[in-house]
Each structure stands twice: as structure tokens, then as C-alpha cells.
Design a protein around this ligand. Structure first.
Ligand code: TMP
Length: 219
């Protein structure tokens, strides 16, 4: 049995459903850290390395073959293992901050809460194949109807077709949301929830305020 995953104080993650505004918050956190002269690496999951981005394409592509939930889970963790080894651990080791759009909490919410896979098995993959936990996670919480509205607007603007996971029904995203909220409730020190229904500017400034308070706590 491998040991419990180690918390990394300079590792920050953003979580939430689609359309919650993670990109804006990521940019605001990066700018706040850069303004203080910090070394910052911004990245995303699934993805973040060439191989992990190829796995992302497999995960999100529409296909006539239904993807088994365990295939989905193992692909997500295959991408994560590569990303952690190639990008996240080296950056943390040199003292950089890493700001990551999604991480293992997404697997607990999407593959665990929404697909119904065994949470203990996901935790075992986390321990065995990932080994790290963020010091701070910001959960951008948004109701499913508002999230749909936002992603629809984005897809219309970019003429984009919804990907395989975006094409799930509302009930799936309700379970994702509940999964995130339960995780936040069980680990309120690490996972801080922000009401993503507020304006993008307010959400970003709240995120920056939480980061600054968190950094004071580390000092
Ligand atoms: P994105 O829309 O934030 O770029 O994320 C890509 C999709 O991948 C999104 O639908 C959530 C999903 N996902 C999982 O299902 N499990 C995971 O562990 C991660 C990181 C993402």
C-alpha cells in the first residue's frame, strides 16, 4: 500500500462544472502571483503535456462506441500521471507555483459522483499514480441551468460542437455539482467555494483575495 498523497502548498487548482469561469480566474491568479515576482506555471487537465493532450482528445471526442466509465477513469488518470511527472512535480521542485485548471477533485466529481464509480478505487489511484494534493482548491460553484446558458453562448460564438462530456444530460451535471459540493464540505480548509453566479470581475477578485489570505497563512 502506497502512502497518503502529499499536500503541495504551491499547487493551486480550480474546479467546477463547465461554464463556471475557470479561465478568467486562472488568469487573475497568475497575474497576482506574477505581480509579486513569483515563478508561475499555468496548466490544465486532462492535458498539460503533448501525450496527455492526446489522451484528452480521446476522452472528449464524440464516438459511436460508448466509452466505459472505467476506461474514462483510467484515461483521466493516465493523463494525470504523465502531467504530474513531466510538468507539475518538476515545477514545484524548482519552487514555482502551479495553477491547474482541474485536477483529481474532478475525477471524484465526474467519474465518482456522476458516473457512479467507486470513490475508494479513485482514492487508490490518487495515492498510487498521482501522489500529490493541492494546497488550495477554488471551487467555482454554479447552478446547472446558468452553466448551460453560458456554454451555449460560448458554443454559438465559436461555432463549436459540444464534446462527449458536455453532451451529457442535466442530471449528470447535477451529480457533478453535488459531488464537488460534498468534497468541499468534507475538506473546507483546502477547498474554498466561490459563488460563480456573480460577475466575472467579482469572482476573480474573490479568488485573488482567498489566494492572498492563503499565502499569508503560509508565510
Ligand atoms: P474542461 O471543460 O474544463 O476543459 O474539462 C474537460 C472535461 O473533462 C470536462 O468535461 C470535465 C472532464 N474531466 C473529467 O471527467 N475528469 C477529470 O478528472 C478531469 C480533470 C476532467
Amino acid at each position: 500500500m502506497t502512502s497518503a498523497p502529499a499536500t503541495q502548498p504551491r499547487f493551486l487548482t480550480l474546479e467546477g462544472g463547465e461554464g463556471a469561469g475557470k479561465s478568467t480566474v486562472l488568469a487573475a491568479l497568475r497575474d497576482a502571483l506574477l505581480a509579486d515576482g513569483e515563478d508561475v506555471v499555468c496548466t490544465r487537465e486532462p492535458g498539460g503535456t503533448p501525450l496527455a493532450e492526446r489522451i484528452r482528445e480521446l476522452l472528449l471526442a464524440q464516438s459511436n462506441e460508448v466509452m466505459d466509465p472505467h476506461t474514462e477513469l483510467l484515461l483521466v488518470f493516465a493523463a494525470r500521471a504523465q502531467h504530474v511527472a513531466q510538468v507539475i512535480r518538476p515545477a514545484l521542485a524548482r519552487g514555482a507555483w502551479v495553477v491547474c485548471d482541474r485536477f483529481t477533485d474532478s475525477s471524484f466529481a465526474y467519474q465518482g459522483a456522476a458516473r457512479g464509480l467507486d470513490m475508494a478505487f479513485i482514492a487508490e489511484l490518487e495515492r498510487g499514480a498521482v501522489g500529490i494534493v493541492p494546497g488550495l482548491t477554488l471551487l467555482l460553484d454554479l447552478d446547472v441551468a446558468s452553466a448551460r446558458e453560458r456554454t451555449r453562448g460560448r458554443d454559438l460564438l465559436g461555432d463549436a460542437v459540444p464534446d462527449r462530456i458536455e453532451s451529457e444530460r442535466d442530471a449528470f451535471f447535477e451529480r457533478v455539482r453535488e459531488g464537488f459540493r460534498l468534497r468541499a464540505a468534507s475538506d473546507p480548509r483546502r477547498i474554498r467555494t466561490i459563488d460563480a453566479g456573480l460577475s466575472a470581475g467579482l469572482v476573480a477578485s474573490e479568488a485573488v483575495a482567498i489566494l492572498s489570505q492563503y499565502r499569508e497563512g503560509l508565510a
